[in-house]
Design a protein around this ligand. Structure first.
Ligand SMILES: Cc1cc2nc3c(=O)[nH]c(=O)nc-3n(C[C@H](O)[C@H](O)[C@H](O)COP(=O)(O)OP(=O)(O)OC[C@H]3O[C@@H](n4cnc5c(N)ncnc54)[C@H](O)[C@@H]3O)c2cc1C
Length: 322
């Protein structure tokens, strides 16, 4: 039986420092998936496919496969037939349980599916806080462009923590060397490339019907300074009795602190990302002139802004962003 409860909020992170460093936030996903995999159960999550440069949902049965799901991938992932695959697996393994982890829209879709199919009591459903997802074609073409110029991409990260959780480094590995992908990340954040539905996302709230929501605990250094870790901090929003039960099961792997919805506030928990005024122009440029053109036009900081910022830094002023 799944009952909605008043939202319970935790800040937390993995005790295991190496697993924390290889996670995007505080490693909530690893703590959750570990619990299911160690008990012979299954996890469904989005894994990056280096052959077609797409993030695809997969049934995960071991830790090695789970490593492929770690890390934020800034593109819309493809559920494919995963709802049905999960359903068939549960029908064949009636005594087992399954953890589903996806973005708000994907996880709520799975929640509705699981209720209709009568498997809600066999599944735990977690969703992820989301700024919005760009079209998967944009990333695919970007990755293909890199491969055409430089060679096969063998590794991708949007959130390497070498400079800390608050200053993630994004790069791909080609021929063993790191190649920055700052231009794509700039386009992701500048609100031009998200799918139309992301600007109207109904899941940009702390009130959801999944069991648990995970994300970054932004501003924790100000709201809970004595619990801040520069290596990463996860936010847990618990929405159901099942989510409470799940958090109890993973508590042993975490350092955690009870919090509230004021301390963990961030823009995408209040409203969907606003559409950029440049969005129409961006897509029109992309249709007419292609991926290389839009990355140069929208993914780089103009020379005059760079000079202005350098001067502002020298005279001790703030930085101007464009
Ligand atoms: C497009 C996008 C936008 C985000 N926006 C925000 C935001 O505005 N605020 C915020 O607090 N957090 C945001 N996040 C979430 C954050 O970046 C971390 O992914 C999340 O906190 C989980 O981190 P972790 O350390 O627990 O797990 P990690 O070990 O890093 O695991 C990442 C988890 O995210 C899943 N995942 C990664 N990319 C995708 C994808 N494209 N589609 C579906 N699932 C995916 C993986 O399958 C895995 O379950 C966003 C993530 C993505 C992918």
């Amino acid at each position: 039986m799944v009952d909605l409860i008043d939202t319970i909020v935790y800040a937390g992170r993995l005790k295991d420092k190496s697993a924390l460093m290889s996670s995007s936030s505080g490693g909530a996903f690893t703590a959750l998936s570990d619990f299911f995999l160690k008990n012979g159960n299954a996890v469904v999550a989005a894994v990056y496919n280096y052959e077609n440069h797409t993030a695809e949902f997969q049934m995960i049965r071991d830790e090695k496969q789970r490593e492929g799901a770690k890390g934020s991938k800034y593109m819309q992932s493809k559920p494919g037939d995963i709802y049905w695959e999960a359903y068939s697996w549960l029908m064949e393994n009636q005594e087992k349980e399954l953890l589903f982890v996806g973005m708000g829209c994907q996880s709520d879709g799975f929640r509705k599916f699981s209720e209709i199919k009568g498997i809600r009591d066999q599944v735990y459903i977690v969703d992820i806080i989301c700024h919005g997802s760009p079209s998967p074609k944009l990333w695919r073409e970007y990755a293909e462009l890199i491969q055409k110029k430089d060679g096969k991409i063998t590794y991708l990260t949007f959130k390497d923590k070498r400079n800390g959780w608050k200053s993630p480094t994004a790069y791909v590995k080609v021929n063993g060397a790191e190649k920055p992908i700052k231009d794509y990340v700039k386009v992701f954040y500048n609100r031009c490339a998200l799918r139309p539905s992301c600007y109207e996302c109904p899941y940009a709230t702390t009130e959801r019907k999944t069991d648990m929501t995970i994300g970054d605990f932004w501003h924790i250094e100000e709201t809970i300074p004595d619990f801040y870790d520069p290596n990463g901090n996860s936010l847990f929003l618990i929405h159901t009795n099942r989510g409470e039960e799940l958090f109890e099961k993973i508590q042993g792997d975490l350092d955690y602190r009870l919090s509230n919805t004021t301390q963990c506030w961030q823009a995408n928990l209040e409203a969907p990302t606003k559409k950029s005024e440049q969005r129409e122009e961006f897509w029109s440029d992309y249709q007419r002139k292609g991926i290389d053109f839009v990355m140069k036009k929208y993914g780089t900081v103009p020379m005059k802004t760079k000079i202005k910022n350098k001067l502002l830094r020298i005279i001790g002023g703030g930085v101007h962003r464009e």
